[in-house]
Every structure is written in structure tokens, then in C-alpha cells.
Design a binder for this molecule. Structure first.
Ligand SMILES: [Zn+2]
Length: 112
């Protein structure tokens, strides 16, 4: 389940969604903003991007990776508890891994 959530987040970000600084208050997972809506894929039971998809521009993967790395730096600089930080880092890292997979799958994007 958790793996699917991370993959979904990677897909959402690629579609132009953004990662929120605050984790989900309920499960501590990543929260994303997409199409002006803020949600937690886990708690809101979103399993596919089609559920929230309508239109939007694709973010390029390098931009998303930079965003995540910025979040990681913010997290490390924050005064949160070790448990909180390591849990969040795990989510970020998994999302980065999924992004890598996405980028190798989408190597032949038409816009060059
Ligand atoms: Zn949640």
C-alpha cells in the first residue's frame, strides 16, 4: 500500500502538483497540493491520479527532485523530533526513487 502511495505522489508531482511542507496530521505521510486541492493520498483514499486528474501541465522530473531535496534540507534544519524526521525522510526518499523510475519510463517525451 505504502509503495503505491509513493508512486502516486511521484505521478501527481509530475503532473504539476506540489509537495506540502507539513506532513499529514493523521498518518504523518506526505501531503500534496494538486489542482488547488490539498490532500493526503492515504487518508483520502486516492489510489490513482485519474481520481483527481482533470488538466494541468507536467512538471519536469528535475524540478520535482529539486523540490524534494529542498524539503529534505528544510526537514533536517527543523527542530522536529528524530522519529518525525526519519519517518518523513523515508517518505521523501521513496518518492525520489519512484521519480527515478518515472523518468526512465518517460525518456521519450515528445517535447524536446
Ligand atoms: Zn494521511
Amino acid at each position: 500500500m505504502e509503495k503505491d502511495t509513493n508512486k502516486l505522489i511521484a505521478e501527481i508531482m509530475r503532473k504539476g502538483g506540489t509537495l506540502l511542507a507539513e506532513p499529514c496530521p493523521k498518518c504523518g505521510g506526505l501531503m500534496v497540493k494538486y489542482k488547488g486541492k490539498t490532500f493526503c493520498p492515504k487518508c483520502d483514499n486516492i489510489t490513482s491520479i485519474e481520481q483527481i486528474e482533470s488538466a494541468g501541465k507536467d512538471n519536469d522530473i528535475a524540478t520535482i527532485q529539486r523540490q524534494i531535496i529542498t524539503k529534505i534540507k528544510e526537514l533536517l534544519a527543523s527542530k522536529e523530533s528524530d522519529l518525525f524526521v526519519s519517518k518523513s525522510l523515508l517518505y521523501y526518499t521513496k518518492t525520489l526513487v519512484e521519480l527515478k523510475k518515472l523518468s526512465s519510463e518517460n525518456n521519450e517525451d515528445s517535447n524536446t
